[in-house]
Write a protein that binds this ligand. Structure first.
Ligand code: ZN
Length: 165
């Protein structure tokens, strides 16, 4: 996580949605391209000797950003575990969950979450999260609402207040 946070610091000075280009460059990832994939959301493959990330064109753009973050999560985990940077991890549930957490840190950095207060016009509070504001904040970061929710609830322990009818 420390490593992931040091990478998400590379995005400082940008406004959301953050371009992951500095991190992709760091790891020598040549290109991100969209392809129809089944069943995975994204993968890292070698093309002409260059590592590239393919994201699934069957999913929307906002899913792509998180998918790229997730794949970068695998790269960061591989390096932390002393493996080859682009070693394939074979669907180990624990690894997938860790890659998700790192992916969320990269697309929604901790330092940027710390700015999420009602003051900057996000109509968003730690103690109350309606799905409307969740959608707004998700759009602000260029991610899907589910990823945004997981980020705040799973990673930061914020809680949701059910929608009033
Ligand atoms: Zn994965």
């Amino acid at each position: 996580m420390e490593t992931a946070r040091s990478f998400s610091h590379l995005l400082k000075g940008q406004n959301p949605p953050f371009s992951l280009a500095p991190i992709l460059n760091h790891f020598g990832i040549y290109e991100v391209r969209t392809r129809i994939l089944y069943p995975e959301l994204a993968r890292i493959i070698f093309y002409g000797g260059h590592p590239i990330i393919e994201v699934n064109s069957l999913f929307s753009e906002e899913n792509h950003r998180f998918s790229v973050g997730h794949e970068l999560g695998h790269v960061i985990l591989n390096e932390a575990n002393g493996k080859d940077r682009f070693a394939i991890s074979c669907d180990i549930k624990e690894e997938e969950e860790k890659a998700d957490i790192i992916g969320r840190e990269l697309v929604i950095p901790s330092w940027a979450v710390s700015f999420l207060t009602p003051r900057n016009g996000l109509q968003f509070q730690k103690a109350s999260m309606s799905s409307l504001t969740l959608k707004n904040v998700a759009r602000y970061f260029g991610v899907g609402a589910k990823v945004m929710r997981d980020r705040l609830v799973k990673d930061f322990g914020w809680y949701e207040i059910p929608n009033k009818k």
